[in-house]
Design a binder for this molecule. Structure first.
Ligand code: PGA
Length: 254
């Protein structure tokens, strides 16, 4: 099996002290270089936690703005992310789209700005329950992928991880079945192939996200088009996160 990328999205959770204790506990473990492990923390903890970062651990934020600066109260720029020593962001998470008015267009602007600043991106996409019931999931995904990646060149693709996160599976405890998650990731790969060609598309890391936990991660990671997971709730507990790293480690070792 090729590389696996496991990313924890803490969302708006934890105190600073809890965050520091988590990262220290995580760093007691070692994992294969074929396993990428990342934690995406609340922006206000970015700076104090950046100082705890080591080579093996990716630390990133859950959002950043597409403008370099100006009158955007409550926001921070990609340059600021870099300024505090971080080089990863999650963009287009469904909670940002749902509660903070992000659109395919703003997500696209953010991805382009991140790339121009040398910041790596986890770009999230996925359909609502209503859209799935109407069997529109592929249509929605196609729009999100095509518009989100508009004007992004093949050479930049290696800096983008795409996370397929069906909204009905996020925080609900009900994950997509392995085969359903695989079908959608295979469809993303197909869309990337159409846009960038087979070689570039094959290299893109695709994660599944939505109620991933130690009990279901193995089956998901064994799917041919799933190269990792974006984990919310189950990334808050260090033992559960370590358990998933152990499972991922066994798989890359195979
Ligand atoms: P969940 O969240 O694992 O709690 O479902 C995933 C996410 O929103 O990235």
């Amino acid at each position: 099996m090729s590389k696996i990328f496991l990313a924890g999205n803490w969302k708006m959770n934890k105190s600073l002290e809890e965050g520091q204790a988590f990262i220290r506990a995580l760093q007691e473990d070692r994992w294969s270089t074929d396993l990428q492990v990342g934690i995406f923390v609340p922006a206000v903890y970015g700076y104090p936690l950046a100082s705890l970062k080591n080579e093996a651990l990716i630390l990133g934020l859950q959002n950043a703005h597409f403008e370099d600066g100006g009158a955007y109260t409550g926001e921070w720029s990609m340059k600021m992310v870099k300024d505090i020593g971080l080089s990863w962001v999650i963009l287009g998470h469904s909670e940002r789209r749902q509660y903070f008015g992000e659109t395919d267009q703003t997500v696209n602007l953010k991805i382009k700005k991140a790339l121009s600043e040398g910041i790596q991106v986890i770009f999230c996409c996925g359909e609502t329950l209503e859209e799935r019931k109407q069997e529109k999931q592929k249509e929605i995904l196609k729009r999100q992928i095509v518009e989100g990646l508009s004007q992004i060149e093949e050479k930049d693709l290696s800096h983008i991880t795409i996370a397929y996160e069906p909204i009905w599976a996020i925080g609900t405890g009900v994950n997509a079945k392995d085969e359903d998650a695989e079908e959608m990731c295979a469809y993303i790969r197909f869309l990337l192939t159409a846009q960038y060609g087979e070689k570039a598309a094959k290299e893109v890391c695709l994660q599944y996200g939505g109620s991933v936990k130690p009990a279901n991660i193995k089956g998901l990671l064994q799917m041919p088009n799933i190269n990792g997971a974006l984990i919310g709730g189950a990334s808050l507990d260090v033992d559960s996160f370590k358990e998933m790293i152990r499972i991922g480690g066994d798989l890359v070792g195979q």
